[in-house]
Design a protein around this ligand. Sequence first.
Ligand code: H2U
Ligand code: ZN
Length: 341
Amino acid sequence: MQGFDLSDHSHRRLNILTGEWVLVSPHRAKRPWQGQIEDIPAETRPQYDPKCYLCPGNKRIGGELNPSYEQVYVFDNDFGALLMDSVEGELNDGLFQARSERGKCRVLCFSPDHSLTLSGMSIEAIAEVVKAWTAEYETLGAQEQISYVQIFENKGSIMGCSNPHPHGQIWANQHVPVIPAQEDREQYAYYAKNGRPMLVDYLDSELEKKARIVYLNEHFAVIVPFWAVWPYETMILPRQHRTSLSELSSQEQLAYADALRTLSRAYDGLFNVSFPYSSGIHQAPTLAGDQQHWQMHMHFYPPLLRSATVKKFMVGYEMMANSQRDFGAEYAAKRIRDSIS
Ligand code: H2U
Ligand code: ZN
């Protein structure tokens, strides 16, 4: 124990939400880097692109016409991975197990303006996105067959996003998917033992320690979680106990929008590029029963490591053994915090 220093010595950190460990090797951050560091030219996009299938008034691939929407626009994914009326059944054959899965996929355009990303939108406009997420969570979750509503965004072609028009997706499932199910299990166990929501206690401790706080407003906090895997991974958390988006007041929706805007602008400033990431909201499953162990939160997993073009690859050791990072979460938090303008 003597001399053990998290900023210097190899160690494992526990992800309390999944129960998995991440290997941290801070000394490796000092190794020489011979790769290139390039800036990529800022992309300029028109506010309206006649070829974009998400722009107002345009035709989608399936032939449907988008209305000339003015704020947000939500529609059923024309190529949904989940369908509400797919055939029910199961395969129960010893080592060969399969279960049918029903659900619904939706696409949510954040803005009619093709040139924008969240970081260029006003707090009020982002709050409209938050309200649309809430409405989707509630309507999809109210359906008898739906247990979980996953809201997410893939931003940037490096994350597999097919279209730069600002948009996200919503997939609603019959069964709680793997990662929310892990988080449900860990939060439930903590609540059963301590009588308090785990992430509420966690944020309280982070507010005392301060090292991983990126941004605070009255109702929301942005932090780099202690167990972050991606170099600049962050989490947005409500400062009060809120099991889902449905429990946010209109003041809190605005504060959430402010946190989203501040974080996405800080990210863009970090490597001077429209910062790619996958983000997603985890919140209470829409199953009957007590969900008080849940604290809603949003994860951001950006792939960039060193510059606009140098990304972290989750390969080799990460694929075969354990997720791993070099510099610590505390360094990342400082970098992102310093990039807030
Ligand atoms: P990305 O967010 O990963 O770019 O995906 C966009 C989604 O939009 C994708 O799931 C859907 C695709 O199926 N889509 C439509 O529903 N209609 C279209 O006309 C094009 C794309
Ligand atoms: Zn567009």
